[in-house]
Write a protein that binds this ligand. Sequence first.
Ligand code: GLV
Length: 387
Amino acid sequence: MPVITEIEDLKRIYKRRVPKMFYDYAESGSWTEQTFRENSSDFDRIRLRQRVAVDMEGRSTSSQMVGRDVKMPVALAPVGLTGMQHADGEILAAKAAEKFGVPFTLSTMSICSIEDVAENTSAPFWFQLYVMRDEEFIANLINRAHQANCDALVLTLDLQILGQRHKDIKNGLSAPPKLTPYVIADLATKWRWGIQMLQTHRRTFRNIVGHAKDVDDVSSLHSWTAQQFDPRLNWDTVKNYRKQWDRKLILKGILDADDAKKALDVGADAIVVSNHGGRQLDGALSSIQVLPQIMDAVGDKIEVHLDSGIRSGQDVLKALAMGAAGTYIGRAFVYGLGAMGQKGVEEALRVIHSELDTTMALCGEKDVKNLGRHNLLVPKDFEGDWA
Ligand code: GLV
């Protein structure tokens, strides 16, 4: 096995092994990709405060996310089409998360279904919901997640219509891929991916194919979103979901303090400060840049999580020190999955954990729960002076 010392190592192998269409799907932001880039580069603007001669023995990264014990406050984010990055990808990622002791979140737009993941794991996982026009289908989906023992529903609020990602259109993104001459030429160098894919029967959107009606092209994310996703979703709808779901409710896609207050009003258990990995509103601020104003608005009243831009344990530490109670990795685990399946996701978690643990120690902290602004050097203009 190659020596993996950083997430970038997994990304390099991932790029070699996975068809370009799916690499591009994960590695894109919408339009100019400004927000996608700044999600990561804004983490680099924050510096860490080194402290010395502090007893570093007996460190702990353990914490809780929505009441669940976690080995570190880093959940696996919901990522569409994960089962196209590697055969049975969602099952493998969920197994890696379970083994490591962090939550796995299954996307509505996954390849493996809720039932597939439930049958192959024992830890409860979280289910991410996109609201669709077909109310009966959604009620059924929520019921399936409940039956499968999902202990949190992660309701995504920032994708009722799809932000354009140029490469997906140019590549003709679909699951399974259509075998055009270009795709066949690409697959010729990705034979390992192809062989593994031929060995599974899970190659389409199994949460929805056979359950939802009126979609012309069942293999296309674009068709699903255009025809099925409900653009009418509003805070009253969110309130209804709060009533229907009796376990933890996490609202994902909050990027504004006013919306954070609304999430509080509907009785959510947590919010995820997120711009969908820079895949939706290009030109929006990075998640880490808006975190301080959201903490000021609701930080003492609701659990605040953050995703978008996290590629290292240092990034996790910065988000936690800025006030987040939990974080999510999406691309960072997908690189590992595409590179080497379950083992690769385990490696991604190991790398991030080790970076978090060592960096925490060098900041003079022994417990992840004690991280705070005192560990950071944040530029005075970090939040920006926007009119
Ligand atoms: C969601 O499923 C996405 O593609 O960002």
